[in-house]
Write a protein that binds this ligand. Structure first.
Ligand code: NAD
Ligand code: DAU
Length: 351
């Protein structure tokens, strides 16, 4: 059966890689990218697929219910892969309500549009909700997040994502919407907006600006190359079991400070700077409130059930990522002008 897949947030970081994968891999499927083009959405990310015959763009907001219904009807949407969200923890501390609107109310709007439109043969449809490992809260020095770990979100961002996960489950239980949820660890790669650690620090190293490490840099994250996340979404969307969660992660834990030092070393090499030059930019700043100490994913379920594992090592992925930013300075310039400057001042000037 041919599918008409609505991908929300397809102009963002991860969404653009998912859209590209689906447009190229499934020429018989119609891929409809719905995105509000907030500060994080950028159609430059999709230049290479924008003229593909199976690609359609809808400039719309998931908060507008009537618009969503029109998009379902106009494109006869059979499936949804939902990535649209406010995604940055620091912004959720500055302004939590934006996260409640888009991440919770927007998700419920989308679920309701799917429920209203998919009246019959529900089993032929699927709602894939893209979530995060942050819903599980924080780990101490030991242990991994599994699909059985209880939800304990600590930031307004993760609380809004946890709430959206619960609504997806509730629409599954109450209205029989067939769904899957993926909970992924920290992504990195090309097109990552430079408010997040890796692209922010790459941009600052290029411009020899301070590298604001929160606290002592002891927090740990589990990093996954974005293209491997897109591959995982493809597998779970097509082969995952209804009503299940799948954790996705790189088995690749790094303490922030160790990661920043590695980044500095690689950048010094690539920019032909003296070894140690970029490390001198490290500046310890006031910690993030409610800063989760450690995230680490047990990805054995998706590995055993669906055969997924990361395709690139961290060294390969990080090197390719730095190369992409060095070759796409125009992209960086575009996204760091305007609103970005205001955000940067608000976030970092008093730390
Ligand atoms: P992003 O911030 O780069 O992109 C979000 C996209 O959603 C943007 O294109 C934006 O324009 C769009 N959007 C925002 N609000 C919208 C609205 N109201 N209506 C329509 N479109 C809207 O985010 P990302 O890092 O690509 O994350 C994508 C998804 O994956 C999110 O749901 C996030 O929670 C989840 N996730 C991210 C990571 C990560 O490391 N970045 C890890 C796990 C899960
Ligand atoms: O775990 C998945 C999550 O990963 C996603 O759900 C989120 O959308 C995504 O933003 C990411 O959240 P984090 O908060 O882990 O990512 P961020 O890049 O903001 O921060 C990574 C670590 O680096 C974290 O411990 C905070 C620290 N940090 C971050 C910034 C922006 C700094 O020390 N300095 C900084 O300037």
């Amino acid at each position: 059966m041919n599918k008409n897949i609505l991908i929300t947030g397809g102009a963002g970081f991860i969404g653009s890689h998912v859209v590209r994968l689906f447009v190229n891999k499934y020429p018989d499927y119609k891929i409809v990218n719905l995105d509000a083009l907030t500060y994080a959405g950028n159609l430059e990310n999709l230049k290479d697929v924008e003229n593909a015959p199976n690609y359609f763009f809808e400039h719309a907001n998931i908060l507008e219910f009537e618009t969503l219904m029109n998009v379902f009807e106009q494109h006869d949407i059979t499936d949804v892969i939902h990535l649209a969200a406010e995604s940055h923890v620091d912004r959720s501390i500055l302004s939590p309500m934006d996260f409640i609107y888009t991440n919770i109310i927007g998700t419920v709007n989308l679920l309701t549009a799917a429920k209203n439109y998919w009246k019959e043969n529900l089993n032929t449809h699927r709602f894939h909700h893209v979530s995060t490992d942050e819903v599980y809260g924080t780990l101490g020095a030991e242990g991994l997040f599994t699909e059985e770990t209880g939800y304990a979100p600590n930031s307004p961002y993760s609380a809004s994502k946890a709430s959206s996960d619960h609504f997806v489950r509730a629409y599954g239980e109450t209205f029989h919407i067939p769904y899957v949820i993926t909970n992924c660890s920290n992504n990195y790669g090309p097109n990552h907006f430079p408010e997040k650690l890796i692209p922010l620090f790459i941009n600052n190293i290029i411009h020899k600006k301070p590298l604001p490490v929160y606290g002592k840099g002891e927090n740990t994250r589990d990093w996954l190359y974005v293209i491997d996340h897109a591959r995982a979404i493809d597998l779970v969307f097509n082969e995952g079991r209804n009503g299940e969660h799948y954790n996705v992660g790189g088995f690749n834990e790094w303490k922030n400070l160790d990661l920043v030092k590695l980044l500095c070393k690689l950048m010094d090499e690539k920019l032909h700077r003296e070894n140690g030059e970029s490390e001198k930019l490290i500046s310890y700043v006031k910690d993030r409130p409610g800063h989760d100490l450690r995230y680490a994913i047990d990805a054995s379920k998706i590995n055993k059930e669906l055969g997924w594992k990361p395709s690139v090592t961290f060294e390969e992925g990080l090197s390719a990522t730095i190369d992409w930013y060095l070759q796409n300075e125009d992209w960086l310039k575009h996204v760091t002008s305007g609103e970005y400057q205001n955000y940067y001042t608000e976030q970092y000037s008093n730390r």
